[in-house]
Design a protein around this ligand. Structure first.
Ligand SMILES: NC(=O)c1ccc[n+]([C@@H]2O[C@H](COP(=O)([O-])OP(=O)(O)OC[C@H]3O[C@@H](n4cnc5c(N)ncnc54)[C@H](OP(=O)(O)O)[C@@H]3O)[C@@H](O)[C@H]2O)c1
Length: 331
């Protein structure tokens, strides 16, 4: 296998380690194992229950290694109106304490409802905290092109975390281009559709939502329904499986390599499974370099979900918003 794509372009996502995401122990072991396999960047959020503290603990265990930890500032929907200097600083201080650091490498702002207008002042307060040394870089997550443009007019934005996969290419409708021209790095999540893009789901009949093991899978099944439908999904999975045999790797590696090679993301955030971390950490550590004709075939896949990035998820009347939890800080 030609591992020309550097795995520093894979960020291990730790939502899957949050209390309440799925069954199983919450230990630092998946994180320590990922570090041993060569991964150095991790993604989390203040609302991923218990995860900032786990990452802080893991970083202390491997103190000789330089890790990079990205977190998010996600004020609850019910509190947006009350977001002010004190509440922002309290949240960032809480993240600093949990992560056991004096400065956070990257804070990504998520704002549930742009109808509540103090998002720019929230960003301004974060910028002040950056100037005071509590934050190294500021980014955003889940904004469309119009909101990114607005943020860029008032603030610096180092990166944007967005849902991007071979099945969800909404960012290609102008958002990616704005990132490129503004020097905003793109970090993709949802690239394995929470695990659907794997051998496990190949040739499987369509599941009912209530059969799915966690909320992520429900979210991504709804995405599959809107983006292409189960039959087309299976057809594409089968093509990815053929490529996996050709390149001697797993379906996940093909799906990630295709995004990186086509320049659709600067890095891909791949969820760290609390159950299967040992095998995934090792299989992910090598990505194939795809031939141009294989890449071209994948790049031609279309996405029927209308709108820009995260528009469907923000539409409170629609099916995609119903699976979200908006007030996790309060839990
Ligand atoms: N900004 C946001 O709003 C947002 C939203 C969601 C996620 N995220 C971030 O993105 C991260 C990833 O979450 P996601 O929803 O995008 O999940 P994902 O990366 O699409 O899926 C991850 C899951 O895929 C499964 N999998 C199957 N085969 C695999 C393989 N060969 N290698 C690795 N994993 C394989 C694993 O679960 P099993 O093996 O257990 O089946 C793993 O937990 C999160 O942890 C979080 O940091 C951000």
């Amino acid at each position: 296998m030609n591992d020309a794509i550097n795995t520093s372009k894979i960020i291990r996502g730790c939502w899957q380690l949050a209390t309440g995401h799925s069954q199983g122990d919450r230990s630092v072991q998946p994180i320590l194992d990922a570090i041993e396999a060569g991964f150095t960047t991790f993604d989390c959020a203040d609302i991923y229950l218990g995860v900032e503290a786990l990452l802080g603990k893991a970083a202390k265990v491997v103190a000789e290694k330089k890790l990079r930890i990205h977190t998010k500032f996600v004020p609850d929907l019910s509190c947006l109106q009350k977001v002010d200097r004190k509440s922002v600083e309290n949240s960032i201080d809480r993240s600093l304490k949990r992560l056991q650091v004096e400065r956070i490498d990257l804070v990504q702002l998520h704002w549930w409802d742009f109808g509540v207008k103090n998002y720019l002042s929230a960003m301004e307060i974060l910028l002040e905290l950056k100037a005071r040394g509590k934050i190294a870089e500021l980014g955003l997550t889940n904004v469309n092109r119009a909101y990114l443009k607005e943020f860029l007019e008032h603030s610096e934005v180092a990166s944007l975390q967005a849902q991007i996969s071979l099945f969800d290419s909404r960012v290609a409708r102008g958002l990616s281009e704005l990132c490129r021209t503004s020097g905003v790095k793109i970090y993709a999540y949802g690239s394995l559709l929470g695990g659907f893009v794997s051998e496990k789901w190949l040739d499987q009949k369509e599941p009912q939502l209530e059969q799915l093991a966690n909320r992520s899978l429900v979210k991504y099944k709804l995405l599959i329904d809107s983006a292409c439908g189960w039959a087309v999904f299976q057809h594409r999975l089968s093509f990815l499986s053929k490529l996996a045999s050709k390149y001697h790797c797993e379906i996940a590696n093909i799906a990630i390599a295709a995004l990186l090679q086509a320049g659709r993301a600067d890095a891909v955030i791949v969820g760290l499974s609390p159950q299967n971390f040992a095998t995934h950490n090792r299989s992910l550590a090598k990505l194939p370099l795809l031939e141009m004709r294989d890449l071209q075939e994948i790049n031609a896949w279309t996405c029927n979900l209308p709108g820009d990035a995260y528009d469907a998820e923000r539409d409170l009347t629609g099916v995609h918003a119903k699976v979200m939890k908006y007030n996790l800080n309060a839990e």
